[in-house]
Design a protein. Structure first.
Length: 386
Protein backbone atom coordinates (compact mmCIF):
# COMPACT_ATOMS: atom_id res chain seq x y z
CA UNK A 1 0.00 0.00 0.00
CA UNK A 2 1.31 3.41 -0.95
CA UNK A 3 0.88 5.91 1.87
CA UNK A 4 -0.29 9.41 1.04
CA UNK A 5 1.63 12.42 2.39
CA UNK A 6 -1.26 13.01 4.80
CA UNK A 7 -1.05 9.46 6.17
CA UNK A 8 2.71 9.64 6.58
CA UNK A 9 2.36 12.88 8.54
CA UNK A 10 -0.43 11.41 10.69
CA UNK A 11 1.57 8.29 11.54
CA UNK A 12 4.63 10.41 12.34
CA UNK A 13 2.55 12.64 14.61
CA UNK A 14 0.86 9.65 16.26
CA UNK A 15 4.25 8.12 17.10
CA UNK A 16 5.54 11.39 18.50
CA UNK A 17 2.33 11.71 20.52
CA UNK A 18 2.82 8.21 21.96
CA UNK A 19 6.29 9.20 23.17
CA UNK A 20 5.12 12.52 24.58
CA UNK A 21 2.36 10.74 26.47
CA UNK A 22 4.90 8.54 28.26
CA UNK A 23 7.23 11.45 29.06
CA UNK A 24 4.44 13.69 30.34
CA UNK A 25 3.90 11.30 33.21
CA UNK A 26 7.57 10.75 34.10
CA UNK A 27 11.06 10.65 32.53
CA UNK A 28 11.80 7.36 30.73
CA UNK A 29 14.63 5.64 28.86
CA UNK A 30 14.48 4.86 25.14
CA UNK A 31 14.19 1.12 25.90
CA UNK A 32 11.36 1.76 28.34
CA UNK A 33 9.53 3.94 25.79
CA UNK A 34 9.88 1.19 23.15
CA UNK A 35 8.47 -1.38 25.57
CA UNK A 36 5.53 0.79 26.63
CA UNK A 37 4.58 2.13 23.18
CA UNK A 38 5.14 -1.02 21.14
CA UNK A 39 7.36 0.96 18.74
CA UNK A 40 10.64 -0.63 17.62
CA UNK A 41 13.82 0.47 19.41
CA UNK A 42 15.18 1.93 16.17
CA UNK A 43 11.99 4.00 15.63
CA UNK A 44 12.15 5.29 19.19
CA UNK A 45 15.82 6.20 18.77
CA UNK A 46 15.11 8.00 15.50
CA UNK A 47 12.09 9.95 16.78
CA UNK A 48 13.64 10.87 20.12
CA UNK A 49 16.83 12.05 18.40
CA UNK A 50 14.74 14.32 16.17
CA UNK A 51 12.83 15.63 19.21
CA UNK A 52 16.14 16.28 21.02
CA UNK A 53 17.50 18.15 17.98
CA UNK A 54 14.31 20.23 17.87
CA UNK A 55 14.78 21.02 21.56
CA UNK A 56 11.44 19.49 22.60
CA UNK A 57 12.93 16.79 24.83
CA UNK A 58 16.29 16.37 26.56
CA UNK A 59 18.54 13.78 28.17
CA UNK A 60 18.56 14.19 31.97
CA UNK A 61 21.09 11.67 33.28
CA UNK A 62 20.82 7.99 34.08
CA UNK A 63 18.21 5.80 35.72
CA UNK A 64 19.93 4.78 38.98
CA UNK A 65 17.19 2.29 39.89
CA UNK A 66 17.89 -0.02 36.93
CA UNK A 67 20.17 -2.97 37.44
CA UNK A 68 23.22 -3.34 35.15
CA UNK A 69 24.00 -0.68 32.58
CA UNK A 70 22.19 2.51 33.60
CA UNK A 71 20.04 3.75 30.72
CA UNK A 72 19.87 7.48 29.91
CA UNK A 73 16.54 9.06 30.85
CA UNK A 74 14.65 11.41 28.54
CA UNK A 75 12.34 14.19 29.68
CA UNK A 76 10.29 16.97 28.14
CA UNK A 77 12.07 20.34 27.92
CA UNK A 78 9.61 22.23 30.08
CA UNK A 79 10.48 25.71 28.79
CA UNK A 80 10.55 24.84 25.07
CA UNK A 81 7.15 26.48 24.72
CA UNK A 82 4.39 27.61 27.07
CA UNK A 83 0.60 27.76 27.19
CA UNK A 84 -1.80 30.43 28.38
CA UNK A 85 -4.98 29.74 30.32
CA UNK A 86 -8.13 31.58 31.28
CA UNK A 87 -10.15 30.19 34.19
CA UNK A 88 -13.71 31.43 34.46
CA UNK A 89 -15.09 30.72 37.89
CA UNK A 90 -18.21 31.92 39.63
CA UNK A 91 -16.17 33.92 42.17
CA UNK A 92 -13.21 35.08 40.08
CA UNK A 93 -11.42 35.14 36.75
CA UNK A 94 -7.80 33.94 36.58
CA UNK A 95 -5.30 34.16 33.75
CA UNK A 96 -2.12 32.08 33.87
CA UNK A 97 0.84 30.78 31.92
CA UNK A 98 2.22 27.27 32.33
CA UNK A 99 5.26 25.50 30.94
CA UNK A 100 5.02 22.21 29.05
CA UNK A 101 4.89 20.30 32.35
CA UNK A 102 1.72 22.17 33.38
CA UNK A 103 3.68 24.08 36.03
CA UNK A 104 2.34 27.60 36.56
CA UNK A 105 4.89 30.25 35.54
CA UNK A 106 2.77 33.35 36.20
CA UNK A 107 -0.81 34.22 37.04
CA UNK A 108 -3.12 37.12 37.76
CA UNK A 109 -6.84 37.58 38.36
CA UNK A 110 -9.84 39.64 39.40
CA UNK A 111 -13.03 38.90 41.32
CA UNK A 112 -16.01 38.32 39.04
CA UNK A 113 -17.78 41.26 40.71
CA UNK A 114 -15.22 43.54 39.03
CA UNK A 115 -16.83 42.94 35.59
CA UNK A 116 -20.05 44.41 34.15
CA UNK A 117 -20.50 42.08 31.17
CA UNK A 118 -18.92 39.22 29.24
CA UNK A 119 -17.11 41.62 26.88
CA UNK A 120 -15.39 43.18 29.90
CA UNK A 121 -14.12 39.73 30.89
CA UNK A 122 -12.91 38.94 27.38
CA UNK A 123 -11.15 42.34 27.14
CA UNK A 124 -9.46 41.91 30.52
CA UNK A 125 -8.33 38.31 30.01
CA UNK A 126 -6.99 38.95 26.49
CA UNK A 127 -4.87 41.88 27.68
CA UNK A 128 -3.76 39.95 30.76
CA UNK A 129 -2.38 37.07 28.63
CA UNK A 130 0.03 39.43 26.84
CA UNK A 131 0.89 41.36 30.04
CA UNK A 132 1.89 38.11 31.73
CA UNK A 133 3.97 37.03 28.72
CA UNK A 134 5.77 40.39 28.53
CA UNK A 135 6.30 40.66 32.30
CA UNK A 136 7.79 37.15 32.36
CA UNK A 137 10.06 38.21 29.45
CA UNK A 138 8.84 35.31 27.31
CA UNK A 139 8.71 35.33 23.52
CA UNK A 140 5.12 35.77 22.35
CA UNK A 141 5.54 33.35 19.44
CA UNK A 142 6.48 30.55 21.83
CA UNK A 143 2.94 30.59 23.22
CA UNK A 144 1.18 27.53 21.76
CA UNK A 145 -2.30 28.87 22.45
CA UNK A 146 -4.92 29.67 25.04
CA UNK A 147 -7.12 27.22 26.92
CA UNK A 148 -10.33 28.54 28.43
CA UNK A 149 -11.87 26.72 31.37
CA UNK A 150 -15.55 27.28 32.14
CA UNK A 151 -18.28 25.51 34.06
CA UNK A 152 -20.67 23.71 31.69
CA UNK A 153 -22.89 23.41 29.87
CA UNK A 154 -21.01 24.59 26.84
CA UNK A 155 -20.80 24.00 23.11
CA UNK A 156 -17.18 23.02 22.93
CA UNK A 157 -17.00 22.74 19.13
CA UNK A 158 -18.54 26.17 18.55
CA UNK A 159 -16.62 27.66 21.48
CA UNK A 160 -19.74 28.96 23.22
CA UNK A 161 -20.47 29.02 26.96
CA UNK A 162 -24.20 28.24 27.29
CA UNK A 163 -25.92 28.60 30.68
CA UNK A 164 -23.42 27.96 33.51
CA UNK A 165 -25.17 27.81 36.92
CA UNK A 166 -24.11 30.69 39.18
CA UNK A 167 -22.37 32.50 36.35
CA UNK A 168 -25.13 34.41 34.49
CA UNK A 169 -22.67 37.06 33.24
CA UNK A 170 -21.26 34.46 30.82
CA UNK A 171 -24.57 33.15 29.48
CA UNK A 172 -24.32 32.49 25.70
CA UNK A 173 -20.80 33.91 25.41
CA UNK A 174 -18.82 33.26 22.20
CA UNK A 175 -15.67 32.71 24.23
CA UNK A 176 -13.34 31.21 21.61
CA UNK A 177 -14.09 33.77 18.87
CA UNK A 178 -14.00 36.58 21.45
CA UNK A 179 -10.50 35.62 22.63
CA UNK A 180 -9.21 34.81 19.13
CA UNK A 181 -10.33 38.19 17.80
CA UNK A 182 -8.83 40.08 20.71
CA UNK A 183 -5.49 38.26 20.93
CA UNK A 184 -4.87 37.19 17.34
CA UNK A 185 -3.97 33.69 18.64
CA UNK A 186 -5.05 30.91 16.28
CA UNK A 187 -5.09 28.11 18.86
CA UNK A 188 -7.86 28.82 21.36
CA UNK A 189 -9.82 25.99 22.96
CA UNK A 190 -12.82 26.08 25.30
CA UNK A 191 -13.23 23.17 27.70
CA UNK A 192 -15.47 22.19 30.57
CA UNK A 193 -13.70 22.72 33.93
CA UNK A 194 -14.55 19.19 35.12
CA UNK A 195 -12.99 17.71 31.97
CA UNK A 196 -9.83 19.78 32.48
CA UNK A 197 -9.44 18.64 36.07
CA UNK A 198 -9.83 15.04 34.89
CA UNK A 199 -7.27 15.56 32.11
CA UNK A 200 -4.70 16.95 34.50
CA UNK A 201 -5.40 14.29 37.09
CA UNK A 202 -4.91 11.73 34.35
CA UNK A 203 -1.52 13.20 33.46
CA UNK A 204 -0.40 13.52 37.07
CA UNK A 205 -1.21 9.90 37.86
CA UNK A 206 2.35 8.83 37.25
CA UNK A 207 2.42 5.14 36.53
CA UNK A 208 -1.22 5.29 35.41
CA UNK A 209 -2.54 3.39 38.41
CA UNK A 210 -6.05 4.75 38.03
CA UNK A 211 -7.30 4.52 34.47
CA UNK A 212 -11.06 4.57 35.01
CA UNK A 213 -12.26 7.38 37.19
CA UNK A 214 -14.70 10.21 37.54
CA UNK A 215 -13.67 13.73 38.45
CA UNK A 216 -16.55 15.60 40.10
CA UNK A 217 -16.76 19.33 40.81
CA UNK A 218 -19.35 20.36 43.35
CA UNK A 219 -20.24 24.04 43.40
CA UNK A 220 -23.52 25.76 42.52
CA UNK A 221 -23.96 23.07 39.91
CA UNK A 222 -22.33 19.64 39.88
CA UNK A 223 -20.14 18.88 36.89
CA UNK A 224 -18.13 15.78 36.22
CA UNK A 225 -15.89 14.14 33.66
CA UNK A 226 -15.29 10.46 33.09
CA UNK A 227 -11.96 8.93 32.14
CA UNK A 228 -12.19 5.40 30.76
CA UNK A 229 -9.01 3.49 29.87
CA UNK A 230 -7.02 6.68 30.32
CA UNK A 231 -9.12 8.71 27.84
CA UNK A 232 -11.82 11.34 28.42
CA UNK A 233 -15.25 9.89 27.62
CA UNK A 234 -17.11 12.59 25.70
CA UNK A 235 -20.30 10.95 24.46
CA UNK A 236 -22.10 11.86 21.22
CA UNK A 237 -22.15 15.63 21.62
CA UNK A 238 -19.63 16.28 24.39
CA UNK A 239 -22.27 16.50 27.12
CA UNK A 240 -21.33 13.38 29.05
CA UNK A 241 -20.79 13.49 32.81
CA UNK A 242 -23.86 15.48 33.84
CA UNK A 243 -24.01 13.64 37.13
CA UNK A 244 -25.71 16.67 38.71
CA UNK A 245 -28.82 15.77 36.72
CA UNK A 246 -29.11 12.16 37.80
CA UNK A 247 -32.49 11.98 39.50
CA UNK A 248 -32.11 10.81 43.09
CA UNK A 249 -35.80 11.32 43.98
CA UNK A 250 -38.56 10.45 41.54
CA UNK A 251 -41.01 13.36 41.57
CA UNK A 252 -38.62 15.39 43.73
CA UNK A 253 -37.61 19.05 43.40
CA UNK A 254 -38.10 20.44 39.89
CA UNK A 255 -34.90 21.25 38.02
CA UNK A 256 -34.23 23.72 35.16
CA UNK A 257 -33.10 20.81 32.98
CA UNK A 258 -36.70 19.52 32.83
CA UNK A 259 -36.19 16.58 35.18
CA UNK A 260 -37.23 16.31 38.82
CA UNK A 261 -35.18 15.24 41.84
CA UNK A 262 -31.80 16.13 40.26
CA UNK A 263 -28.78 15.50 42.48
CA UNK A 264 -27.53 19.10 42.33
CA UNK A 265 -30.84 20.37 43.72
CA UNK A 266 -30.10 18.47 46.95
CA UNK A 267 -26.40 18.44 47.44
CA UNK A 268 -24.90 21.66 46.08
CA UNK A 269 -23.52 23.62 49.05
CA UNK A 270 -26.24 26.28 48.64
CA UNK A 271 -28.98 23.62 48.75
CA UNK A 272 -27.48 22.05 51.89
CA UNK A 273 -27.05 25.45 53.58
CA UNK A 274 -30.67 26.26 52.84
CA UNK A 275 -31.94 22.94 54.17
CA UNK A 276 -29.96 23.03 57.41
CA UNK A 277 -29.69 26.81 57.91
CA UNK A 278 -25.95 27.30 58.43
CA UNK A 279 -23.54 29.83 56.90
CA UNK A 280 -20.06 28.42 57.26
CA UNK A 281 -19.33 24.93 55.95
CA UNK A 282 -15.85 24.95 57.49
CA UNK A 283 -17.39 25.46 60.91
CA UNK A 284 -19.68 22.44 60.35
CA UNK A 285 -16.73 20.26 59.28
CA UNK A 286 -14.64 21.32 62.29
CA UNK A 287 -17.53 20.46 64.62
CA UNK A 288 -18.08 17.10 62.92
CA UNK A 289 -14.44 16.21 63.59
CA UNK A 290 -15.23 16.88 67.30
CA UNK A 291 -18.14 14.40 67.02
CA UNK A 292 -20.84 17.10 67.20
CA UNK A 293 -24.01 15.18 66.37
CA UNK A 294 -25.81 17.85 64.34
CA UNK A 295 -22.71 18.63 62.23
CA UNK A 296 -22.14 14.90 61.67
CA UNK A 297 -25.75 14.52 60.52
CA UNK A 298 -25.20 17.24 57.91
CA UNK A 299 -22.14 15.44 56.54
CA UNK A 300 -24.08 12.16 56.56
CA UNK A 301 -26.85 13.82 54.52
CA UNK A 302 -24.31 15.10 51.96
CA UNK A 303 -22.60 11.69 51.83
CA UNK A 304 -25.94 9.92 51.35
CA UNK A 305 -27.11 12.05 48.41
CA UNK A 306 -23.70 12.32 46.75
CA UNK A 307 -23.14 8.61 47.33
CA UNK A 308 -26.48 7.84 45.70
CA UNK A 309 -25.49 9.69 42.51
CA UNK A 310 -21.98 8.29 42.54
CA UNK A 311 -23.13 4.68 42.94
CA UNK A 312 -25.05 5.07 39.67
CA UNK A 313 -21.96 6.43 37.93
CA UNK A 314 -19.67 3.76 39.39
CA UNK A 315 -22.06 0.98 38.36
CA UNK A 316 -22.50 2.35 34.83
CA UNK A 317 -18.82 2.87 34.03
CA UNK A 318 -17.14 0.32 36.33
CA UNK A 319 -14.96 3.04 37.84
CA UNK A 320 -12.03 2.40 40.15
CA UNK A 321 -11.94 5.90 41.62
CA UNK A 322 -13.99 9.01 42.22
CA UNK A 323 -12.14 12.29 42.77
CA UNK A 324 -14.06 15.08 44.47
CA UNK A 325 -13.31 18.77 43.89
CA UNK A 326 -15.05 21.96 44.87
CA UNK A 327 -17.09 23.19 47.79
CA UNK A 328 -16.57 20.14 50.00
CA UNK A 329 -12.79 20.05 49.73
CA UNK A 330 -12.13 21.55 53.17
CA UNK A 331 -10.68 18.80 55.44
CA UNK A 332 -12.33 16.24 53.14
CA UNK A 333 -11.22 12.98 54.77
CA UNK A 334 -14.24 12.61 57.06
CA UNK A 335 -16.86 13.29 54.37
CA UNK A 336 -14.97 11.19 51.83
CA UNK A 337 -14.85 8.26 54.24
CA UNK A 338 -18.63 8.47 54.65
CA UNK A 339 -19.11 8.51 50.86
CA UNK A 340 -16.61 5.66 50.58
CA UNK A 341 -18.67 3.60 53.05
CA UNK A 342 -21.90 4.36 51.14
CA UNK A 343 -20.37 3.27 47.81
CA UNK A 344 -18.79 0.15 49.34
CA UNK A 345 -22.16 -0.91 50.77
CA UNK A 346 -24.37 -0.08 47.80
CA UNK A 347 -22.35 -0.34 44.60
CA UNK A 348 -22.64 -3.56 42.61
CA UNK A 349 -19.09 -3.00 41.33
CA UNK A 350 -17.69 -2.73 44.89
CA UNK A 351 -18.33 -6.45 45.31
CA UNK A 352 -15.76 -7.10 42.58
CA UNK A 353 -13.04 -4.54 43.25
CA UNK A 354 -12.27 -1.56 45.44
CA UNK A 355 -13.36 1.95 44.48
CA UNK A 356 -11.34 4.82 45.86
CA UNK A 357 -13.04 8.06 46.94
CA UNK A 358 -10.33 10.69 47.03
CA UNK A 359 -9.42 14.34 47.11
CA UNK A 360 -7.40 15.55 44.09
CA UNK A 361 -3.66 14.87 43.78
CA UNK A 362 -1.63 17.33 45.83
CA UNK A 363 -0.08 18.80 42.70
CA UNK A 364 -3.55 19.45 41.31
CA UNK A 365 -4.81 21.41 44.28
CA UNK A 366 -3.57 24.65 42.79
CA UNK A 367 -6.13 24.77 40.02
CA UNK A 368 -4.67 27.68 38.06
CA UNK A 369 -2.96 25.55 35.44
CA UNK A 370 -5.99 23.48 34.57
CA UNK A 371 -7.14 25.72 31.75
CA UNK A 372 -3.92 25.08 29.87
CA UNK A 373 -4.46 21.32 29.98
CA UNK A 374 -6.72 21.47 26.91
CA UNK A 375 -4.21 23.25 24.75
CA UNK A 376 -1.34 21.08 26.01
CA UNK A 377 -3.32 17.91 25.28
CA UNK A 378 -3.74 19.02 21.67
CA UNK A 379 -0.14 20.10 21.42
CA UNK A 380 1.22 16.80 22.66
CA UNK A 381 -1.25 14.84 20.54
CA UNK A 382 0.37 16.75 17.66
CA UNK A 383 -3.00 18.12 16.59
CA UNK A 384 -1.94 21.79 16.69
CA UNK A 385 0.01 23.66 14.07
CA UNK A 386 2.25 25.89 16.15
ZN1 LIG B 1 -31.62 18.65 36.36
Amino acid sequence: MKLSAYNVRTIKNDNRALIFNILRKAPASRADIAKRTGLSKSSVTMITNTLINEGQIKEIGTDEVSIGRKPILLDITEDFRFAAGIILHRSDVTVCLTNLKSEVIASTGRPISHFRCADDILDYTSKAVYSLIDDAKLERDKCIGIGISSPGPLDRNAGIILTPPGLPILKNTFAVDGIKNRTGMKNVILENNAVLLAMRENILQSGGKINNFMSVIISQGIGSAIVTNGEIYRGAGGYSGEIGHISVEVGGIKCDCGNTGCLERYVSLDAVKQKFGFDDYRDIVNKAYLSDEYATDILRYIACYLGCGLVTAVNLFDLDAVILHGDYSYRPQLLNSMIQKYINEKSFVAQAHSIIVAAPSERLEKAEGNSTAAILEHYFAQKLEV
